[in-house]
Write a protein that binds this ligand. Structure first.
Ligand code: FES
Length: 273
């Protein structure tokens, strides 16, 4: 069993959980994910890793109450245990020295961008993080991101913090400030990642995205997580989750993601009754 040793509410419906999982913590690298299950009959939930501590043997995940199972996880408390905590899964980020790198995290996507920004900074890059949310009260992990970045730009849709607009407006600010950018990581809702790659494509800026399709087994067997990348079918769980954003068919990925939305909403409504 995998015990929660720390819980912190980051914003309405968003919880940070530090979980004892020594075998995962020993091997995990930035960009990888875990699949958790609350109990024997629970759904398998893929979650990207926000942080890890090899000495303590812990993995930190951030979960938003957006569906039936994620709502159960956000209600768990310190001392509670996960039945399963499988990982690390997926291919690690290609951390190397690029020069100046922009790490874009939108909403919950700020959590997985955190270890990537830290890895890139440790590798000698100048890391500029662009953090986006709908409003200041929903912005998570700002202090943690400042600690692993050389510069931070904030963008909120309502202008309650930083630049008013979207993460693309934050990126535009970075570029208009005269930075020569060598690589970009963008993680967040698919619609956000699509907007970023459409922005960077004409500029020829290398842009890595982390795909978050529906996953079932996480081992490349079921095909649930397939995405089209450069007109080839890839499995996000074993070939990704990171891909060259300019090659991803986001329209198809978003169509597939919407497929189970009604069912998920019905399940969550049952939980709230
Ligand atoms: Fe089944 Fe990726 S989750 S193949």
């Amino acid at each position: 069993m995998y015990r929660i040793v720390k819980k912190r509410l980051l914003a309405q419906g968003i919880a940070l959980l530090e979980v004892e999982a020594a075998a995962v913590a020993a091997k995990v690298e930035p960009g990888q994910f875990v699949i958790v299950r609350v109990d024997e009959v629970g759904e398998r939930i893929p979650l990207t890793v926000m942080d890890f501590n090899r000495e303590k043997g812990t993995i930190t995940i951030v979960v938003q109450d957006v569906g039936y199972s994620s709502a159960i996880i956000t209600q768990m408390n310190e001392g509670d245990e996960f039945q399963d905590f499988v990982g690390p899964l997926g291919v690690a980020s290609e951390i190397e020295k690029y020069g100046t790198v922009v790490c874009i995290g939108g909403g919950l996507g700020i959590a997985p961008i955190h270890p990537i920004a830290r890895g890139l900074k440790d590798a000698g890059n100048h890391v500029i993080s662009v953090l986006g949310s709908r409003s200041a009260d929903l912005l998570i992990l700002e202090d943690e991101m400042r600690a692993v970045s050389n510069e931070v730009v904030i963008a909120t849709n309502d202008g309650s913090a930083g630049v008013k607009g979207f993460v693309t407006d934050g990126l535009a600010k970075v570029l208009s400030d005269g930075h020569k950018v060598d690589a970009i990581w963008a993680i967040g809702p698919m619609i956000m990642m699509k907007a970023v790659v459409e922005y960077t494509r004409p500029l020829g800026l290398k842009t890595i995205v982390s795909m978050n399709p529906i996953m079932v087994d996480g081992t490349g067997m079921c095909g649930a997580c397939r995405v089209s990348v450069g007109n080839e079918t890839k499995f996000a769980c074993v070939d990704g989750p990171e891909f060259d954003g300019h090659l991803v068919d986001f329209d198809l990925a978003m169509k597939r993601l919407a497929f189970y939305k009604d069912e998920e909403n019905r399940a969550k409504a049952r939980l709230e009754c």
